[in-house]
Design a protein around this ligand. Structure first.
Ligand code: FES
Length: 520
C-alpha cells in the first residue's frame, strides 16, 4: 500500500500514513486530537482544518458546511490520496480545564474511564477526594468498529490488537502529558492511575488477547489486574506509577459495572435496588430482597451517546441537548448558544418522547402520516433518499431509521431488565431504588426517559441519576485503595445471567421494541 506524508504547519512535524487514512486519524496519531463530536459523520463541522496538497474533491456535506471557505476541509471526511500540509486553528484543538492550584506538594491520582465510544479522564486530589475534569475524547479504536463485538473480531486479525492497544494507550498518555504540562503540575505528584471500563476495553488497554471474549463459552484470562505499573503498558511517562484497575467478572460484566456496584454498596444500598449503566454496552445489576446480586449486560449501540444517528453528536457546542414543548411549539436548548449542528443523546430522548406523547410517532415507532397530523413548529415532515424524516431546522432531522436505532437500544435494555428480574424472582414492584448511570445520566429528563421505556416502570421506586459511575469508581479507587477490595468481594458474590443464546431473549426483545406504555 502507498504511503503519503502529512506535515503539520507551522511546527513542521510530519509522518507517513497509508493511503486512505483519514486526516483526523492521522492527526490523532501525531498527538493532535481534534474535537469530533459527530463521530466523523461530517455533520458537525468541528473537525475542520486547512489543507493544501493532493486531496480528493469535497463531499456533499463539506460543500454544505464549508461554503465560502476555500482550502478548508472536514478532516473526518478526507482520506489521504497524496502528500498534504495541514494547519489546525488553535481554537479547534481540544482544551483541558484548569485545576485549582494548592501549592506544589499535594498528591493527585488520575482516573480514566475507557468507554467503547468515549474516553474520560479526571484528576483527583487523593487527600480531599476533590476531582477535576481533565479531558474527554472519542475512543480512537472506533475506526475498528462501533461496538465491543466488532472490536473483538477486528483485534483477532494480524497486528490489529497491537495497533488498537497503541491507539488507546497513546491517546490517553498524550492527553495526560498535555494536561499536566498545561496545568504546570509535575508528574511526580501523580501517585496512581486508576482505570475502569468494560472487559474488552480493559483487555485492549493491557494488550491481552480478546478473541476468546467473543466466542462461546466466552472465557476470561484474567479477572484482576494487580501489581502493574505504567511501564507494563510500554509507556515512558510516569513509568513507576502504579495502575489500579477495577476487577471484571466475565467477558460481559466489566470493571465499570463492578465499580457501580461498589459505589452503591458504599452508599448503603444493600437490597431491592436496580441499576443500569446506559452505554454502548448496557450493564445492569439487581439487588434482590435478600441482598443477592444478579447482573447481566446487553448490546445497546452508541445511539444514546449521540452516535449512530443521522445528526447525532456528543454534547459539545452546537448540540441540541434538550427539547421542550411550549405553547408556540418546540424549544431547543443548544450548547454554546451557536446555530445547531446536531443532536445529543439527551436531546433525542426528549424529542422522541414528545413526538410519541402527541401521536406524531406511533407506538410501533412509525412516523404518523403527514395527512393525519400537524407537527408543532418548527418541525416538518420530509424525505431524503427514500427515508422519511422529521426536519428540525438548520438541515438537522430525525429520520425513521434513527427512531428504529433508538428502539433497538430500548428493546435490548428492557428485555435484559425483564429477564434479570425473572432470574432473580423479583417483581418490578419490589424494587425501591432505581439508579441510572451513564455519561449523560444526570442530564436526562426523567419523565422523557421513562416514557421511552428503556427499563420497566418500577412504580414503587425512587429514581436517581448517578452520572458516569465508571469514572466515579475510578476516582474512588485513587483515594481509597480498599475500594478495590470491596469491589472484588462484591464481584465474587455476583450471579451472572448470560443473555447470549438465552432461550427467551429473542421473544422478550421483540415484545420490548414497542413504545407502548407498561400497563399500570
Ligand atoms: S467530526 Fe468531522 S464533521 Fe463532525
Amino acid at each position: 500500500m502507498k504511503g503519503y506524508t502529512v506535515t503539520v504547519k507551522p511546527s513542521g512535524k510530519s509522518q507517513v500514513f497509508p493511503e486512505g487514512t483519514l486526516i483526523c486519524d492521522a492527526l490523532l496519531d501525531m498527538g493532535i486530537p481534534l474535537k469530533t463530536p459527530c463521530g466523523g459523520k461530517g455533520t458537525c463541522g468541528h473537525c475542520r482544518v486547512s489543507v493544501t496538497g493532493n486531496q480528493p474533491p469535497r463531499t456533499p456535506s463539506e460543500e454544505r458546511i464549508l461554503r465560502g471557505t476555500p482550502g478548508v476541509r472536514l478532516s473526518c471526511q478526507v482520506p489521504l490520496t497524496g502528500d498534504v500540509e495541514i494547519r489546525v486553528e488553535e481554537r479547534l484543538r481540544k482544551k483541558q480545564r484548569r485545576v485549582p492550584h494548592h501549592g506544589n506538594d499535594r498528591p493527585y491520582g488520575l482516573a480514566v474511564d475507557i468507554g467503547t465510544t468515549n474516553v474520560r479522564i479526571s484528576m483527583v486530589e487523593t487527600g480531599s477526594g476533590s476531582s477535576y475534569h481533565l479531558d474527554s475524547f472519542l475512543n480512537p479504536q472506533r475506526r475498528f468498529g462501533h461496538d465491543v463485538i466488532s472490536r473483538i473480531s477486528a483485534a483477532s486479525s494480524g497486528d490489529v490488537l497491537k495497533t488498537m492497544q497503541a491507539l488507546i494507550r497513546t491517546s490517553i498518555f498524550s492527553s495526560i502529558a498535555d494536561s499536566l504540562d498545561a496545568l504546570g503540575i509535575s508528574p511526580e505528584r501523580i501517585t496512581c492511575i486508576a482505570f475502569s471500563g468494560n472487559t474488552t476495553m480493559l483487555y485492549l488497554l493491557l494488550g491481552k488477547d480478546v478473541s476468546p471474549l467473543g466466542t462461546y463459552p466466552y472465557p476470561v484470562s484474567a479477572r484482576e489486574f494487580s501489581s502493574l505499573t505504567v511501564r507494563d503498558l510500554g509507556e515512558t511517562l510516569l513509568p513507576e506509577t502504579p495502575l489500579l484497575i477495577l476487577p471484571v467478572l466475565s467477558a460481559f460484566l466489566g470493571g465499570d459495572l463492578i465499580g457501580g456496584l461498589a459505589l452503591c454498596h458504599k452508599n448503603g444500598i444493600r437490597k431491592n435496588a436496580f441499576f443500569i449503566d446506559l452505554g454502548t454496552n448496557g450493564e445492569l445489576f439487581l439487588l434482590d430482597q435478600s441482598g443477592l446480586v444478579h447482573a447481566t449486560s446487553c448490546a445497546m449501540g452508541p445511539a444514546l451517546e449521540g452516535m449512530n444517528l443521522s445528526w447525532g453528536m456528543t454534547a459539545e457546542d452546537g448540540a441540541i441537548v434538550h427539547v421542550t414543548q411550549g405553547a408556540g411549539g418546540l424549544f431547543f436548548e443548544i450548547m454554546g448558544e451557536i446555530p445547531p449542528s446536531g443532536i445529543s443523546g439527551t436531546g433525542v430522548i426528549d424529542l422522541i418522547s414528545i413526538l410519541l406523547e402527541k401521536g406524531y410517532i406511533e407506538e410501533s415507532g412509525v412516523f404518523a402520516s403527514p395527512a393525519d397530523v400537524n407537527l408543532p413548529s418548527p418541525l416538518s415532515f420530509g424525505e431524503t433518499d427514500g427515508i422519511r424524516e422529521i426536519r428540525i431546522g438548520n438541515g438537522i432531522a430525525l429520520t425513521q431509521v434513527d427512531v428504529r436505532t433508538v428502539q433497538l437500544a430500548k428493546g435490548a435494555s428492557l428485555a435484559a431488565s425483564e429477564l434479570l428480574l425473572k432470574e432473580a424472582r423479583c417483581s418490578a414492584d419490589d424494587i425501591e431504588h432505581v439508579f441510572i448511570a451513564g455519561s449523560f445520566g444526570e442530564n436526562l429528563n426523567v419523565e422523557h426517559f421513562r416514557r421511552l421505556g428503556f427499563i420497566p416502570e418500577f412504580k414503587n421506586a425512587s429514581w436517581e441519576f448517578l452520572g458516569n459511575t465508571s469514572l466515579l469508581a475510578a476516582q474512588k479507587v485513587c483515594c481509597d485503595p480498599r475500594f478495590l477490595e470491596t469491589a472484588t468481594r462484591l464481584r465474587d458474590r455476583t450471579r451472572e445471567l448470560v443473555l447470549a443464546n438465552h432461550p427467551e431473549f429473542q421473544d422478550t426483545f421483540i415484545r420490548a421494541l414497542s413504545f407502548s406504555r407498561a400497563p399500570s
